[in-house]
Design a protein around this ligand. Structure first.
Ligand SMILES: *[C@@H]1O[C@H](CO)[C@@H](O)[C@H](O)[C@H]1NC(C)=O
Ligand SMILES: *[C@@H]1O[C@H](CO)[C@@H](O)[C@H](O)[C@H]1NC(C)=O
Ligand SMILES: *[C@@H]1O[C@H](CO)[C@@H](O)[C@H](O)[C@H]1NC(C)=O
Length: 192
């Protein structure tokens, strides 16, 4: 199944450079099955999350101090504010969007109005709501290849190893490779 909205998300993230500035991580085969958080308490999930690590590797212009702030617009719609600081210029910037809750742990995030929100492109694979969240997106580009995005989000800008261990266990349980994960710089973020 082709997740058009995921592809849109990839394109938008690259174009906007808010989260990443490089190619995605390709894998052979179709998108594998993963387990989402079910039941999922969207209200508990709201608030600020810091990006601890993500796919893919960013060789070039990076962003640091990346955070995502979620708020409730109505029972099935979440406001999204992604903020970060350019490592090159120190310039803060942000992008806002909305996310539709399509099912437990399954959201469709869009940053441009009119973008379709019918396919989930933001799957919450695990969260305890108060320390970590593991977010996943996979797009089958052909029957033989897929592109994956993985984020480890944490409530604390500098999380404990215990918190990260819990997040990594979610990846192991879902057979998701940790090799492409790149840690996000969260130092000297006071400019924000
Ligand atoms: C988002 O960016 C705008 C400028 O584009 C700025 O005025 C605003 O304060 C920023 N908001 C947050 C919450 O960072
Ligand atoms: C886990 O992933 C590897 C590599 O992607 C694959 O070869 C293996 O079959 C997977 N195992 C399970 C249980 O899905
Ligand atoms: C943070 O800022 C301090 C003081 O400006 C500087 O010495 C240090 O190298 C910076 N650390 C990082 C990781 O940028």
């Amino acid at each position: 199944m082709i997740h058009r909205s995921s592809l849109w998300l990839l394109i938008l993230l690259v174009v906007n450079g808010v989260w990443l500035g490089s190619a995605q991580v390709p894998f052979p085969g179709k998108c594998p099955d993963v387990k989402v958080v079910d039941p999922f308490d969207v209200e508990e999930y709201l608030g600020v999350w810091y990006e601890y690590a993500k796919y893919p590797f960013s060789f070039e212009i990076g962003r640091k101090c990346i955070s995502a702030t979620y708020g409730l617009l109505d029972e099935s719609t979440v406001s999204v504010l992604n903020a970060g600081i350019s490592q090159l210029t120190g310039q803060p910037s942000n992008i806002t969007g909305t996310a539709k809750l399509l099912g437990p742990g399954q959201l469709a995030v869009e940053f441009f109005p009119g973008q379709p929100q019918t396919e989930p492109n933001y799957l919450v694979l695990g969260t305890d709501y108060e320390s970590y969240a593991v977010v996943y997106s996979c797009t089958s580009v052909t029957p033989f290849a897929n592109l994956k995005l993985v984020w480890i989000l944490t409530r604390e800008r500098v999380p404990s190893t215990e918190t990260i261990d819990k997040a990594e266990k979610i990846l192991v349980d879902n057979n998701i490779s940790q090799a492409p994960l790149v840690q996000t710089a969260q130092k000297n973020c006071s400019e924000q």
